[in-house]
Write a protein that binds this ligand. Structure first.
Ligand code: SF4
Length: 379
């Protein structure tokens, strides 16, 4: 049985705009260097949807192999000295009831007993009972919401099915997701709905924001969509359109609702007028936070079928370790100190609250830029 020697109950302050333990700048400031504080686990490759934008779409399957023993994963987590958060992802993590009972609930119980905050990424379209089981243990239920009606959900959510999906089936799932979200929120679950800024949503974000509030969500997350996996062939939104989409959302939003922006491609070292204006606005708006990207800064992803360790859940960058052979802290230290990809983007300007671009962002918009030689200009 695992040891609970790293219990850290004093970390149990409420998740809020003032305390976001997933943001790597929090641990960077505390330790003076990047430290592994967050572990994401891929617990399934099964999903009842096939979204157009799915970042792990190519890994989705119809049947899946055995997982590594849960004990191996729990021991591995137990050895992470400064663990603050875990995230559980898929596929749809709750797709099989057995995964909920035998993997997800034990992982959440472990996290809770250690004072570690937890998140699940789900589409919330299955029956209420399997989500209800998570209520006593889970900190953040993270869902994707990119639609203004059931027809858009049908179009986007099954774009990669390879066969046509009956509209009525899709509409029922859409309404189930909304009903589940309302019911779980009423029961006290913190639901954070993420919308992507992409070629479909950039001029509809205020309407999407309104629906997210109606669903009882406590946070609206907004991330630009980047070309990974299924999304590889989708049109890339020019930066001007992305900026104006964010401004229009900030104009229309409910200022009481926490808005979290992440993986933005705008940096305080860019120095152009438009980015400066936007970054200043984001900084000043009440209940708005901009999260630095956790991938490879304070977080790794573990595939629970192989034990392989990745920098992110979409496996464009090959695995650089395995939980069966090494401690996660050691695997992370090796990535941090020796991996050439990390050396390209591992910058930090504390006054701007920034610790560098996401790897995909750097690759897509800043291919020839050496961020390590830049400094924040906009404050
Ligand atoms: S940390 Fe890096 S990306 Fe951020 S402002 Fe500084 S140099 Fe630019």
């Amino acid at each position: 049985m695992m040891k609970l020697e790293n219990v850290n109950m004093d970390r149990y302050s409420a998740i809020s705009p003032g305390y976001d333990p997933w943001d790597p700048i929090v641990s960077l400031r505390e330790f003076g260097r990047h430290v592994l504080t967050s572990v994401e686990m891929t617990v399934t490759n099964l999903c009842n949807m096939r979204c157009e934008h799915c970042a792990v779409g190519d890994s989705l399957m119809l049947r899946e192999p055995e997982q590594i023993p849960l004990e191996v994963m729990l021991n591995s987590l137990d050895q992470v000295e400064n663990l603050r958060t875990i995230s559980i992802t898929g596929g749809e993590p709750t797709f099989r009831r057995q995964t909920v009972d035998e993997v997800i609930v034990p992982l959440l119980k472990y996290a809770k007993s250690r004072g570690v905050r937890s998140q699940i990424n789900s589409n919330l379209t299955l029956d209420y009972e399997r989500y209800e089981k998570l209520l006593p243990f889970l900190d953040v239920m993270h869902i994707s919401f990119n639609y203004t009606n059931e027809r858009e959900f049908h179009e986007v959510g099954f774009a990669r099915s390879g066969h046509s999906v009956n509209a009525d089936v899709a509409y029922r799932m859409y309404h189930k997701m909304i009903e589940n979200s309302r019911k779980l929120s009423e029961a006290g679950m913190f639901i954070s709905a993420e919308s992507m800024i992409n070629y479909r949503t950039y001029d509809k974000l205020p309407e999407i924001h309104r629906l997210i509030q109606d669903m009882g969500c406590r946070r609206h997350e907004v991330h630009p969509m980047y070309a990974a996996d299924f999304a590889e062939g989708l049109p890339v939104l020019p930066l001007e359109k992305m900026r104006s989409a964010i401004h229009s959302l900030l104009d229309a939003r409910n200022r009481e609702l926490w808005m979290l922006f992440g993986t933005l491609p705008f940096f305080a070292c860019n120095g152009n007028k438009e980015d400066t204006e936007l970054l200043r606005r984001l900084r000043k708006e009440p209940n708005v936070t901009v999260r630095n990207d956790p991938d490879g800064r304070n977080r790794v992803n573990v595939n629970m079928f192989t034990g392989d360790v990745y920098v992110t859940d979409f496996a464009a960058i090959p695995a650089f370790g395995n939980v069966r052979d090494a401690r996660l802290d050691d695997i992370f230290a090796d990535w941090l100190n020796n991996h050439p990809l990390n050396q390209k983007v591992n910058c930090h300007c504390d006054a701007a609250g920034c610790c560098g671009p996401n790897l995909l962002v750097a690759d897509m918009y800043y291919k020839d830029i050496d961020f390590k030689s830049r400094k924040a200009i906009t404050l």
